[in-house]
Design a protein around this ligand. Structure first.
Ligand code: QZP
Length: 392
């Protein structure tokens, strides 16, 4: 059954869940007439398409634009928007830089940063959860790990990724209203994809060196580094902001977290399931195929609602309930298959540390005003989250 809905309309981005429900009820895979694409908001087909990278490829772009019909609006990502074997080569480089040992080595310093930040906020009693915690923490800790200079991070990286993630959607008002702001942001990002502008021990320089060693042209090595800056900051900002909102709205769940800090990791998975930061991705069919029994011709765009899959009642018991006690780890917030988030251990470390630290220092966390939702064609997050906390 086709649908005329616009998944990128402002009211849908503000609250996508009613549309997900309608699409899931309309079928496992639905035609979206407005964009001439296919879509699924059910768990099984979304997962199946992500895992079948041969029939559902990434090299035609993972946004609405079909790179076979129109040139990419920015130079193609050499990890995200490629298929094997090019993808495999790039993925190995990221895996090496983001090795378990490397990520383990970040924990102590990051915990100390979170501790100082959260102590200061709890002492004040009231703060903005986005501007004073969800944004500064990843910008500080992952920015340092990447080897970026402190200067200019906030002003460039968050608006840059806002453009990047809007660009996966249609050229709607969100894209048009920021159209002029790109050049200085791209210039800053390009500069810091070059090893001369970053610390030699940081992950940007490490990745660049490894890529050149593997035979990438230095310019392509820089384009690989760009993925760190595009994908590694704003996604975790959204995840942390969503986490704070979830716990402010669900005080019993916050008390359950406080009662057992060992739950912080699982709790962050439940946040990613319940309020998925990366809401959507596209794939493109490489041949006539089928998804959950629905035939799809070759060369078609398929919109995968990760956030919809994560609330599919066919897979989850009471999906609209935020419950840190459930087994949420099978969620699709990090994707699945060969393109599943390569930085997930870093993202999860940040989430765990912030939730654990908060639970140690704040006895209660409550809304202190209306949260302000941030609209983006791909990301689900907030621009402001007024919070009130009491000391533990
Ligand atoms: C964005 C790039 C959540 C991710 C898909 C985001 C992402 C990954 C890579 C790039 C951009 O390489 O530019």
């Amino acid at each position: 059954m086709p649908s005329t809905a616009d998944p990128f309309a402002p009211d849908v981005l503000a609250d996508p869940y009613p549309l997900h429900e309608r699409l899931r009820e309309a079928g496992p895979v639905v035609r979206l007439d407005r964009y001439g694409i296919w879509a699924s908001a059910r768990y099984e087909p979304v997962r199946a398409a992500l895992i079948d990278h041969e029939a559902f490829c990434s090299s035609a772009g993972v946004g609405l634009a079909d790179f076979r019909k129109e040139a990419p609006r920015r130079p193609r990502s050499l990890i995200l928007e490629v298929d094997p074997p090019a993808h495999t080569r790039a993925r190995h480089l990221f895996n090496a830089v983001l090795s378990p040992a490397a990520v383990r080595g970040l924990r102590a310093a990051w915990t100390a940063v979170a501790d100082a930040l959260v102590r200061g906020l709890v002492d004040r009693g009231r703060f903005d959860g986005v501007r004073e915690l969800a944004e500064p923490f990843p910008l500080a800790v992952f920015g340092d790990a990447l080897g970026l200079p402190g200067e200019g991070r906030r002003e460039h990286l968050l608006p840059f990724s806002d453009l990047v993630f809007n660009a996966f959607g249609p050229a709607n008002e969100l894209v048009l209203r920021t159209a002029g702001s790109g050049p200085p942001l791209f210039a800053w990002v390009s500069r810091h994809c070059h090893p001369d502008s970053v610390s030699p021990e940081g992950m940007c320089a490490q990745l660049h060196r490894a890529a050149v060693r593997e035979g990438y042209h230095p310019e392509d090595a820089g384009r690989l580094v760009r993925a760190f800056l595009a994908a590694g900051l704003d996604t975790t900002v959204c995840g942390l902001a969503n986490a704070l909102l979830c716990f402010a709205r669900h005080p019993q769940q916050y008390q359950a977290l406080r009662a057992d800090h060992g739950r912080a990791r699982a709790a962050f998975d439940e946040v990613l399931r319940y309020e998925t930061p990366v809401q959507t991705f596209f794939r493109t069919t490489t041949r006539d195929t089928e998804l959950a029994g629905v035939p799809i011709p070759a060369g078609e765009k398929v919109l995968l609602f990760l956030g919809g899959a994560n609330r599919d009642p066919r897979h989850w018991d009471e999906p609209a309930r935020f419950d840190i006690g459930r087994r949420a780890s099978g969620h699709l917030g990090y994707g699945a298959g060969i393109h599943a988030c390569v930085g997930r251990t870093v993202a999860h470390l940040e989430g765990e540390i912030v939730l654990d630290t908060l639970a140690r220092h704040a006895a209660t966390i409550e809304l202190d005003g209306e949260p302000v939702r941030r609209l983006n064609n791909t990301l689900r997050g907030l621009t402001s989250l007024p919070l009130r906390v009491t000391p533990a």
